[in-house]
Design a binder for this molecule. Structure first.
Ligand SMILES: [Zn+2]
Length: 250
């Protein structure tokens, strides 16, 4: 099994990061940690180098940070990403977040940034990890307009778009929210297993405590229950989907 989306660079892990990764290694095949802000880049690349073949990285600028990052900082970050492409398996999480950003002018900026990140993923030949919150329709419209093919919709929650996602051959990642949400349960029911990967979004989604990638077992159990499949079938297939999507080499 592979946790396709966690944030091991977060300060919640600064005391015992190596211990957390050790626990992961005992139970998982790999983790993809997501660096969504330039200030997290160095520590992310450090982990990838230290845990080669186990910790992989997706890197991008989260739409929520659109206000905090100047044009110059963004350009420098893009250059660093290009230079370090061999340590990066995907561009993300990038996209639109209309939940945290309400002003029209900043939403437009998010769209510009998203398109720029799409172009970067094409230039580097890397798949795209998409974050969309209250903006699934707009995100999908932009992805389709730019003909993006290798897409993973992180924490996908828009049931009315399932058909289009499946037709486009996009992958989704299912996180701990499926333990609580009927909407996400129905999405899992309706998306073929071949398009599903699993994530924890650690350290978040621990429901009151810090989450860790090993808790992905709970997500896999729930998906197996919803799909009426064996736990092992889900565990193996979702891991295989993830390795294929990111082109992981262990
Ligand atoms: Zn995330």
């Amino acid at each position: 099994m592979i946790d396709v989306h966690c944030h091991l660079e977060q300060p919640e892990f600064s005391e015992d990061r190596d211990e957390v990764i050790k626990r992961c290694r005992n139970e998982l095949k790999a983790v993809v940690t997501c660096c969504a802000h330039p200030s997290d880049f160095e520590i992310t690349i450090e982990m990838v180098r230290k845990y080669k073949g186990f910790v992989f990285a997706s890197v991008g600028i989260h739409p929520e940070y659109v206000k905090d990052i100047s044009g110059k900082e963004k350009d420098e970050f893009v250059e660093r990403i290009k230079k370090n492409r061999k340590y990066i398996v995907a561009i993300g999480e990038v996209g639109l977040d209309f939940y945290w950003v309400k002003e029209a002018v900043w939403r437009e900026k998010q769209k510009e940034l998203f398109v720029e990140m799409i172009e970067l993923s094409k230039e580097l030949g890397k798949p795209l990890v998409v974050h969309a919150r209250d903006a699934f329709d707009e995100c999908l419209r932009i992805l389709e307009k730019h003909g993006v093919e290798n897409v993973l919709m992180h924490l996908f929650g828009a049931r009315h778009l399932v058909k289009r996602i499946v037709e486009n051959g996009y992958m989704i990642s299912v996180g701990p929210i499926v333990l609580r949400s009927k909407n996400h349960k129905k999405i899992v029911r309706d998306v073929p297993l071949e398009l599903i990967t699993l994530e924890t979004d650690s350290p978040w989604f621990g429901f009151g405590k810090r989450n860790e990638p090993v808790s992905i077992k709970n997500v896999a159990e729930r998906v197996a229950e919803i799909k009426k499949l064996d736990f092992d079938a889900v565990w193996n297939q979702c891991g295989k989907n993830a390795a294929g999507f990111f082109g992981l080499k262990f």
